[in-house]
Design a protein around this ligand. Structure first.
Ligand code: GLA
Length: 399
């Protein structure tokens, strides 16, 4: 699969020419989407995650302007946006450019002298499918404007800043995983991240294994409520455990024994949600060990267990995700399959032997029912590098 198809690059180039006039001063920043291999709903519990950056990506073309304005346009999303840089309110109604606005404010708060700029955005990351299209937008903006005007942040600083923008400016209470992998991914590696102290390890993905993403086409719109409710349950469980174990400040610190001792102090749904987080952290550690030892079979089994725990204990799967996972698991050469991201819809991630990819794709396309949004989409992706600057010509061809 080529990274950007010719239709995408033509539309992006047309839009860029129409918007910038001259392409001479245009710089090009690419931020990947992400898939989480394992470690779901653990990041906001100070736990462990193992995501990888995708070749589905967002491209942000940026050029400075003479005036003090920001102009932000997209090849497929509306409305366009124009704002003055000395007063940047949040737009009502979840406008997509709030991510850009928030990042500009955050860079200014870090001392960045952000001058006027024009930004043209195009993305191959499907929106609302759990592949972190919004983290890609935030990180591309922060990285690109940092290159143009400063400050240039380290990968972890950029990720932390963008997460704060999403929490405090956009108003989505996400954890650190998405922004972190988008900012810090490494080609052909998954990123093992400790979300408490942000220590990392890049773990190679063997070349005989394929990462396959299947979009259920069941969008996960309006998930803030159920997501925040899960977060609240985790906090309740911590409080119940900490009543006699004050050293426990996050579910990361608990094991099943401590949870069971506190079981009488929490409701059954809270117990089950906490059990998911505690067992999921264990699965991440075990799967990192398995990956390093070349034990793909164990890795796949842990992925399956992760999905089942997200479905039965955490309650964030849905019929479409379960159906997709079952189809994938039935294909010869598939090692494991699970929902990826927050859940409630969106995509699954499947680990397969490379020679099983075609079979897998065919099974999904023939067995998975067409949704009102359309038929399933199947992508195979390499693990890619995190956000980076590229030569515009390398993506757009002759300018
Ligand atoms: C969303 C959030 C992440 C993480 C996942 C669940 O993608 O943005 O921070 O919590 O859900 O693992």
């Amino acid at each position: 699969m080529s990274r950007f198809d010719s239709d995408f690059t033509r539309r992006l180039l047309d839009k860029a020419r129409g918007t910038f006039g001259s392409m001479d001063a245009v710089r090009c920043f690419v931020a990947p989407g992400r898939v989480n291999l394992i470690g779901e709903h653990t990041d906001y519990n100070d736990g462990f995650v193992l995501p990888a950056a995708l070749d589905l990506a967002l491209v942000a073309l940026l050029a400075p302007r003479e005036d003090n304005k920001a102009i932000v346009v997209s090849i497929d999303k509306g409305p366009d946006d124009e704002f003055a840089l000395d007063n940047i309110p949040r737009l009502p109604n979840h406008e997509w450019t709030n991510y850009v606005r928030g990042v500009v404010l955050a860079l200014q708060a870090k001392g960045g002298q952000i001058g006027g700029f024009t930004m043209v955005v195009g993305s191959t990351i499907p929106v609302g499918s759990g592949l972190s299209s919004s983290a890609a937008l935030e990180v591309a903006t922060g990285f690109g404007l940092g290159k143009l005007f400063g400050p240039e942040l380290s990968g972890p600083e950029l990720a932390t800043m963008c997460q704060r923008v999403e929490n405090e400016f956009v108003g989505v209470n996400c954890g650190i995983m998405d922004q972190f992998i988008v900012a810090n991914g490494q080609a052909d590696h998954a990123l093992f991240l400790d979300c408490r102290d942000l220590t990392t390890e890049h773990v190679p993905i063997p070349s005989d294994l394929a990462i396959v993403i299947c979009d259920t086409r069941h969008p996960h719109a309006l998930t803030d409520g159920p997501y925040n409710e899960r977060r609240a349950s985790c906090e309740e469980a911590v409080e119940a455990i900490a009543a006699d174990q004050p050293a426990v400040t996050a579910l990361r610190d608990a094991d099943m024994d401590l949870l069971n001792q506190a079981r009488g102090r929490m409701s059954e749904p809270v117990y089950k949600r906490a059990r998911h987080v505690i067992t999921e952290n264990r699965r991440v550690l075990d799967s990192v060990r398995a990956l390093k030892q070349g034990d793909a079979v164990t890795f796949g089994r842990l992925m399956n267990e992760s999905h089942d725990s997200l479905k039965d204990d955490y309650g964030v799967s849905c019929d479409q995700l379960d159906q997709m996972v079952n189809i994938c698991r039935g294909v010869d050469g598939v090692l494991g399959s699970r929902l990826t991201g927050a859940g409630f819809g969106g995509c699954t991630v499947t680990l397969a032997r490379t020679d099983a990819v075609e079979r897998l794709s065919e099974a999904v396309l023939t067995q998975y029912p067409v949704q009102p949004e359309g038929p399933a989409l199947v992508y195979r992706s390499r693990a890619m590098a995190g956000v980076r600057e590229e030569d515009p010509k390398a993506i757009l061809g002759d300018l």
